[in-house]
Design a binder for this molecule. Structure first.
Ligand SMILES: [Mn+2]
Length: 277
């Protein structure tokens, strides 16, 4: 197996543990393809003159099932390491967040994922009981209805009135794609204040990007973030990154995979602590 980004480190010395979520044969092929793509992404950032992986030693443990996420992450954080997960569904983030306490959540997404129930032939229902309230468009609703959590959503451009109500009631901080495009300085200022001194779990839904740069998503929402906008916002995040995921990449597509792995690399560049958490 080609390992994600590198095979330089063993599990013991690594401070970031990577794993993919296997849903079916196709998702395993996609994960393998992403692993191969990651080797072609340059770790040196020419603008900052920094190696984005300078504080990062990644070890790839392979793929795990959706129902193993919470246990796996608890095991990783218990060993003072940072989990990095790639999944085809955003529902995985719900199970990841169950492994953390006292963590704030930053999500890049075109959608709020705050629906109470949603049925669509494209929505992969992950629950064995065929539960229509547990999927990639309801996961954040399920998370915030049971927990007091600081949440910031970035890049929103598709949601309904009910979801806006939930954002207001739950005091979720959110920026639409248009708000980011018209005043990114303000978005960055607010994001900086939101994240300062916090432990941060960062979740990147690939559909936050404009479909012109990342077309391999389930819902091709126009007017998405440019890579530069994503990069600038990520750069503004303060605090301590305790977990990262990238999700909702729908199928193997070279262009989208490159954008996805580059986005992960930028997120990894935010890791400042090595083993002294
Ligand atoms: Mn999502």
């Amino acid at each position: 197996m080609t390992r994600f980004f590198t095979d330089l480190f063993n599990e013991e010395e690594a401070n970031v543990i990577f794993f993919g979520i296997k849903i079916n044969k196709k998702s395993e092929q996609l994960l393998d393809s992403l692993r191969k793509t990651s080797w072609f992404v340059e770790c040196f950032d020419v603008d900052s003159g920094k190696n984005l992986l300078e504080n990062v030693k990644i070890y790839d443990i392979g793929n795990v099932n959706q129902n193993e996420i919470t246990t796996k992450i608890k095991e990783i954080t218990g060993r003072k390491k940072i989990p990095l997960m790639i999944s085809q569904t955003h529902l995985s983030t719900l199970y990841a967040m169950k492994a953390f306490e006292g963590v704030s959540l930053i999500v890049f997404d075109a959608h709020c994922d705050l629906k109470n129930k949603y049925v669509d032939e494209k929505v992969v229902v992950m629950d064995d009981r065929d539960d229509k309230t547990m999927n990639c468009v309801t996961w954040l609703r399920r998370l915030v209805e049971n927990r007091n959590l600081k949440v910031c959503l970035l890049g929103i451009r598709s949601c309904d009135e009910d979801e806006v109500e939930v954002m207001k009631n739950k005091k979720i901080l959110w920026f639409t794609s248009n708000q980011i495009k018209s005043d990114i300085r303000r978005a960055k200022d607010v994001l900086r204040k939101f994240s300062e001194g916090e432990k941060i779990y960062l979740s990147i839904d690939v559909d936050c990007f404009d479909p012109s740069i990342a077309p391999a998503v389930h819902y091709l929402e126009p007017n998405g973030l440019s890579f530069r906008e994503f990069d600038e916002l990520t750069e503004a995040i303060k605090g301590e990154i305790v977990g990262i995921d990238l999700n909702s990449i729908a199928c193997s597509n070279e262009q989208s995979e490159f954008v996805a792995t580059k986005a992960i690399l930028k997120a990894l560049g935010k890791i400042t602590l090595v083993d002294n958490k």
